[in-house]
Design a protein around this ligand. Structure first.
Ligand SMILES: [Mn+2]
Length: 339
């Protein structure tokens, strides 16, 4: 897609990982998008309400790119508000996503877009779809996209530099998410977009944020590991907060020697499920996440529990109750039999 004059380019991407940030960086690289026209959202923190108001206040013709974001029912009205605003002023919307989309979401949202490459894609993450759409062909853009692919699909690599960057991105973004306000977080995420779009993988600021967070992350994870709730060798559930989810789940699997880890954030009730990448006998955990009201991928998915139902996970018995609820759903679905 070529750059046109007289159009305001706008990007809306997933806030939580390097796939969203990377998508924004490549879009900025191609279309010179100013940082204040790059927006971040996720599925459940109310951020889209704010973003919808911001984008709706931009005047003139807009070319909007939405990348690495799926849609769920409560968000439909915000996305419709955004798309209607863009279309009303003669603009266009391109949606590039690789998460599963229901027929209903395709009918409600994808059909409103000028271009929609959406729905479960097991080969391409958001940044890869953006690389193709922008036709950027620098060696930096290709190398960076390869790193994001490895990170987003949780694949192992023997390249030391790639491993370091994957870790640095995950830890610094997790740390940025803990900022005092959404505005402060966005400023840091925009810095990351700026650095990458300038052709650098990272900088001293991003590395320092990652290093500082890593120490705290390790301490919290080590504490969590001592209090895991295990269901034979099939599933292990940990409770913590302010940790990097994938990292914490990997440590749970290593420590408990089981190939399905669940991490519950005791502050928010958000749950992350991961399955072992090197254990092909493990089941697809997406149906479990869906049954728990969430969604995601076969190897990485999420959901949310209402903390009030579990006394904010404060007591050992309330944590066990939450863990058993998840395990019972897995048993009910017979997920270990769908191999
Ligand atoms: Mn992604």
């Amino acid at each position: 897609m070529r750059m046109e004059k007289g159009i305001k380019y706008v990007a809306l991407v997933h806030s939580d990982d390097i796939d969203g940030i990377g998508s924004a960086a490549l879009l900025r690289m191609k279309y010179k998008i100013p940082l204040n026209r790059i927006f971040f959202a996720t599925y459940s923190d109310g951020s889209l309400d704010y973003v919808a108001r911001k984008i709706s206040s931009i005047k003139g013709r807009i070319s909007l790119f939405v990348a690495d974001l799926g849609v769920n029912e409560p968000l439909i009205k915000y996305y419709k508000q955004i798309i209607n605003h863009v279309k009303k002023n003669g603009g266009s919307v391109a949606w590039l996503d690789h998460h599963p989309w229901s027929d209903y979401m395709i009918k409600e949202i994808a059909t409103m877009c000028d271009i929609a490459v959406v729905g479960e894609n097991i080969d391409n993450c958001g940044t890869q779809l953006v690389l193709k759409a922008t036709e950027l062909d620098s060696s930096f853009a290709r190398k960076f996209t390869e790193i994001v692919h490895l990170s987003d699909f949780n694949l192992k690599t023997t390249n030391k530099e790639y491993s370091r960057l994957i870790k640095t991105y995950a830890l610094s973004i997790s740390s940025f998410k803990l900022s005092k306000s959404a505005k402060a977080r966005d400023e840091k995420l925009r810095h990351m977009v700026k650095v990458i779009s300038s052709g650098k993988f990272d900088d001293a600021y991003i590395r320092k944020e990652s290093d500082t967070f890593e120490k705290l992350n390790d301490e919290r994870i080590n504490f969590m590991l001592k209090h895991l709730i295990n269901f034979s060798d099939k599933m292990s559930v940990g409770f913590s907060s302010k940790v990097q989810n994938t990292n914490a789940c990997d440590r749970i699997m290593k420590y408990s020697k089981c190939d399905c880890a669940v991490l519950i954030n005791v502050d928010t009730g958000k749950g992350s499920i991961r399955r072992g990448v090197n254990a092909p006998e493990t089941p697809n955990i997406n149906p479990l996440a869906v049954a728990l009201g969430g969604g995601g991928h076969p190897k990485a998915a999420g959901f949310r529990l209402d903390p009030r139902k579990y006394y904010n996970f404060k007591s050992e018995s309330s944590r066990r109750k939450a863990a058993e609820y998840i395990w019972n759903k897995a048993v009910e679905l017979d997920i270990y039999k769908q191999i």
